[in-house]
Write a protein that binds this ligand. Structure first.
Ligand SMILES: C[S@@+](CC[C@H](N)C(=O)[O-])C[C@H]1O[C@@H](n2cnc3c(N)ncnc32)[C@H](O)[C@@H]1O
Length: 254
């Protein structure tokens, strides 16, 4: 996983696809939240793209969780300025070992799952954090994400792009969620195209997001040059998938 503490200050200027996905996920989830003021959790809240939307619902409580102190600090500043009267708490913690002290009506996880070591295990754990009828809202990048970069990289370097990010298909995530005891209530999918004026800037931006620059073997100068030439007029596709799940109503489900 990239070091998000280093990336935090640059994240907001580089994260259009994540912001777009956050907005889509938020809107899709609204029909499934209870009529009463909800208790909400934002897992991997980052600098707060989604947390701010959630705070705007004036929830009974909003918990924001992230492994990166610096990301949380930016989220804190935004919440303090925009929503001083909402009851929010920030947790600096690893979502894969976090143990909440309350149950939630809605758990959100946007653009974060790709960094987890064990997604099926996370889904099984998170199910226990929900109130009966609570929803799990996942915003994830699909397998087609950055396909242009992958093929250009392969052409330039003769090897696969190394990235710590794991992109799953909608079917795969649905299968993981089913096994963890969730039903898919609704989803939306689209391709978001991010255009860059020049490839060097595109590669820098992806580095700021933590998508590239995680490989053990960096590109040589001539490979990097070839990559830039192949990527001239760079446009990158992001497969955005917003999914709303509810835990199965089965008393015998383990
Ligand atoms: C791409 S950012 C997405 C942030 C935010 N959800 C958004 O929509 O912009 C991924 C975030 O997940 C956090 N993260 C990665 N692995 C994590 C983990 N195991 N536990 C908690 N947070 C994690 C990173 O620190 C980073 O802030």
């Amino acid at each position: 996983m990239p070091n998000f503490n280093i990336k935090a200050s640059k994240y907001d200027s580089a994260s259009e696809p994540q912001a777009e996905l956050a907005m889509e996920l938020f809107e899709l989830s609204l029909d499934y939240l209870p009529d009463t003021l909800p208790i909400l959790l934002d897992v991997g809240c980052g600098t707060g793209h989604l947390s701010l939307d959630l705070a705007g619902l004036f929830p009974k409580r909003l918990d924001c969780l992230d492994i990166s102190k610096e990301m949380l600090e930016i989220c804190r500043e935004k919440l303090q300025v925009n929503f001083p009267n909402v009851k929010w708490r920030l947790f600096e913690n690893d979502a894969e070992s976090f143990e909440p002290d309350i149950k939630y009506d809605g758990i959100y996880c946007n653009a974060t799952l790709q960094w987890f070591a064990d997604v099926p295990k996370f889904l099984s754990r998170v199910k226990k954090w929900l109130k009966p009828n609570g929803i799990l809202c996942i915003g994830a990048f699909g397998e087609k994400t950055l396909c242009e970069l992958r093929s250009a990289y392969f052409e330039a370097a003769g090897r696969q792009l190394e990235t710590a990010a794991k992109f799953f298909s909608l079917d795969k995530l649905t299968e993981f969620s089913k096994k963890a005891g969730f039903d898919l209530l609704e989803f939306s999918e689209c391709i978001y195209v991010q255009d860059f004026e020049e490839p060097a800037f595109a590669l820098k931006t992806l580095g700021k997001m933590g998508v590239t620059g995680t490989g053990k073997k960096p590109l040589t100068r001539s490979e990097a040059q070839k990559l830039k030439e192949i990527l001239a007029n760079a446009s990158f596709s992001w497969e955005l998938m917003a999914m709303i799940f509810r835990a199965k109503e089965c008393p015998y489900f383990p």
